[in-house]
Design a protein around this ligand. Structure first.
Ligand code: F6R
Length: 236
């Protein structure tokens, strides 16, 4: 595991974008696993800049996102599809049909889970998976629990995650209580993993990287993966 400490959010974002950019340069038809939330916004901005300057070409890239809320359509500004369309996809030259997220509106979530797991596999697996981390150690929407979820599945969000995510909604009652997420096993199948964590995540990052490997701290499982890069920042 490589742990790279940067000064601030700006530097973390630039470094993360360099690593993702290198992946795209080395393998133009790569599969990127992507995340939503506050952590990757700066990284996406740097990727957009690089694309606008002609340094990166996304025309062959395929993307699979980690997760989606249940019950929100893609045109709902709180959905992760909407987030990705606005924060990245519409601003780089990626064909929209190359971008995939779980369908939070699917009637049958078990079937949708199987479909999404199979879709990731059918693309040839993820070359580089970008992750953020929750204050409780979650990755994707894999919340602390008794065993590591192996595959894509539906989850009930914990109170702490609903609280944390409510900052993006008008009212806490509007935060969906369920989501569909890649499992920890799905995430671990990626060839390379890149975790980015702001200064506010310092203590959970330490617990996850140096503490016991336990499903009570889902990100601790990353200690077992052969190619993980973690970028932290000292401030901001
Ligand atoms: C988002 C996701 C989550 C976030 C985590 C951190 O797709 O999978 O695990 O990465 O909740 O969120 P931020 O970056 O907003 O602190």
């Amino acid at each position: 595991m490589r742990i790279l400490e940067t000064k601030n959010y700006e530097e973390m974002s630039a470094l993360a974008a360099d690593i993702i950019g290198a992946q795209v340069l080395l393998k133009p038809r790569c599969v990127l696993g992507l995340a939503t939330g506050s952590s990757p916004i700066g990284t996406y901005q740097k990727l957009i800049e690089a694309c606008r300057q002609g340094r990166l070409d996304f025309s062959q890239v395929r993307t699979v996102n980690l997760d989606e809320y249940c019950g929100l359509t893609g045109d709902n500004p709180q959905s992760y599809r909407y987030f990705m369309d606005h924060q990245l996809f519409s601003q780089v030259n990626i064909p929209r049909e190359n971008t995939f997220l779980p369908d939070g509106m699917a009637q049958d979530m078990e079937e949708e889970s199987r479909r999404y797991e199979a879709l990731v596999a059918s693309l040839g697996g993820v070359d580089l998976q970008l992750l953020g981390i929750g204050h409780n150690g979650h990755i994707g929407f894999n919340e602390p629990t008794d065993s590591f979820p192996p595959t894509v599945h539906q989850v009930e969000l914990t109170e702490s995650t609903i609280q944390a995510n409510s900052r993006l909604f008008d009212r806490i009652e509007d935060v969906p209580t369920q989501a569909i997420t890649m499992g920890v096993g799905t995430i671990l199948k990626a060839d390379k993993i890149l975790l980015i964590a702001g200064a506010d995540k310092k203590s959970i990052v330490e617990e996850a990287l140096y503490g016991k490997v336990t499903p009570q701290v889902p990100a601790s499982v990353l200690q077992l993966h052969r190619d993980v890069t973690v970028i932290t920042c000292r401030e901001g």
